[in-house]
Design a protein around this ligand. Structure first.
Ligand code: ATP
Ligand code: MG
Length: 443
């Protein structure tokens, strides 16, 4: 029979055998964020559409083409979040977190939704790890946030990731720059894509972020923002570069990055790899000093980044990075008959309370398929329980790796005897590793 449903285009399932990869990344990103003093925030999957239009910006690709907007009964319009910053700022304002002293530092791991052309590393539902720092206008905050992103990338084991930074100035310096861009693009107006023709008046900086190759070719020689920065913005950028140098974080200044969301001011940055094709931006972020004011809060400087976790995982797999191994079964009870099941249930409960990973037959199968199953799940030990074992109160504990069998009593001593065997197994594993090390050194 044909399946009745398939996953929507641009979405992905994480199957049980692969979820350990996500666990690895989630553990590393949240531990690193916490070590930098960031606390987790959780926000709704959808928000009022107006929130994203206001914050991400009316002339951006995200708002113009990529939002999933649903209307509920009545007239309210909601949008599935295309990114995490807007909702996070809304939540921080609504919960009075901005009144609790600065800086406020939060992180999140969440799904985002964008109606995009699906490609490797470009999905319609994807996941971001993001950090936001609110309440500091200092370039120290910029270098700190970049350092956090860099630590995460280092700790998951990525290599050959490049950091590009730029400053896109403040509204004052940007006005002059916009004018220069309009003058530059005006003669090419008819050659630009439809969207960009429209942007020429409203928001010419967006043209620099257009993905169309023709527009990119035209934009190649456009004036660069760095030549238009006011003294304060220039100084901010110089300090940031100095701090990055002091933290030994390598970077390139790339005057071409403007980022795809309108709320950025001053610092913008991207971590890029060339190893997963065109979708090489693993992390993007920057400062958004105007956003909180725009959302009705007091003018408050802030900044942050979003890291695409699917892209991160693609690079990790490509580069053969290590993942945290999943726990495997410590003990499997192979049972024959109801009496044996009774004993297995009793012992399993005790062992699980001690923290062991224990399984027994749930399908009511014969001994052979049970042993096959124990092997398949990688059980470290097996105890076979039948009428003989129950009557005598004695069983055999089989070490599946060595095949070695030891006696084990089915009484109150079971948990202790089993613990000894597990410790013994751990030590023999360690000894083998140490032996290997010494063996290598002698050669
Ligand atoms: P791009 O230029 O690749 O479209 P963007 O500028 O739209 O990226 P941001 O809005 O800054 O991206 O989002 C931050 C990060 O989220 C990106 O650097 C990327 O890693 C990830 N990301 C963005 N869109 C997608 C998507 N459609 N699928 C998977 N990951 C994505
Ligand atoms: Mg995009």
């Amino acid at each position: 029979m044909a399946l009745l449903a398939k996953k929507p285009k641009g979405t992905a399932d994480v199957v049980p055998g692969k979820s350990y990869m996500w666990h690895t990344v989630e553990k590393i990103v949240s531990e690193t964020a916490q070590q930098y003093g960031f606390k987790e925030i959780r926000i709704p999957t959808f928000e009022d559409t107006g929130l994203f239009v206001r914050s991400v910006g009316e002339t951006t690709d995200v708002v113009q083409k990529e939002m999933y907007t649903v209307s509920a009964a009545g007239d309210s319009k909601f949008t599935l979040r295309p990114e995490g910053t807007a909702g996070t700022m809304r939540a921080m304002l609504e919960n009075g977190i901005m009144n609790e002293g600065f800086p406020q530092k939060v992180y999140y791991i969440l799904s985002c939704f964008r109606h995009e052309n699906v490609q490797a590393g470009r999905l319609r539902e994807f996941h971001q790890f993001g950090c936001e720092m609110v309440g500091s206008a200092s370039p120290r905050a910029d270098s700190e946030v970049i350092a956090l992103a860099k630590s995460v990338l280092d700790r998951v084991g990525l290599q050959n990731i490049e950091l590009n930074i730029n400053s896109i100035g403040c509204p004052q310096c940007r006005e002059k720059y916009r004018q220069a861009l309009r003058e530059y693009f005006e003669p090419y107006k008819d050659k630009l894509c439809h969207t960009c023709r429209d942007r020429l008046d409203k928001n010419p900086m967006r043209i620099l972020d257009c993905k169309s190759p023709e527009d990119q070719a035209i934009a190649k020689d456009a004036p660069v923002i760095l030549d238009y920065l006011c003294d304060d913005c220039r100084q901010h950028f110089e300090k940031l570069k100095q701090y990055l140098g002091e933290m030994k974080i390598e970077f390139s200044v790339n005057p071409r990055i403007v980022r795809g969301l309108d709320y950025y001011t001053r610092t913008v940055f991207e971590f890029i790899t060339t190893e997963i094709g065109a979708q090489g931006t693993v992390c993007g972020g920057g400062r958004y000093d105007g956003l909180i004011g725009e959302l009705g809060g007091a003018q408050t400087p802030a900044l942050g980044f979003g890291m695409g976790l699917e892209r991160l995982l693609l690079v990790m797999q490509k580069q053969g990075c290590d993942f945290i191994e999943e726990k495997t079964c410590d003990l499997y009870f192979a049972t024959m008959g109801e009496n044996a099941v009774g004993k297995a249930l009793e012992l399993t409960t005790q062992l699980r309370d001690e923290g062991y990973f224990v399984e027994y037959d749930l399908v009511e199968r014969g001994l052979k398929p049970q042993m096959k199953y124990a092997d398949k799940i990688g059980a470290k030990f097996v105890v076979v329980l039948g009428d003989n074992e129950i009557d005598s109160g004695n069983a055999k504990l089989k070490n599946m790796a060595s095949g070695e069998q030891t006696d084990i009593k089915l009484d109150a001593s079971f948990v202790d005897t089993f613990s000894q065997a597990v410790i013994g197994e751990m030590f023999s594993g360690l000894e083998a590793e140490v032996g290997n090390l010494f063996g290598k050194d002698e050669n």
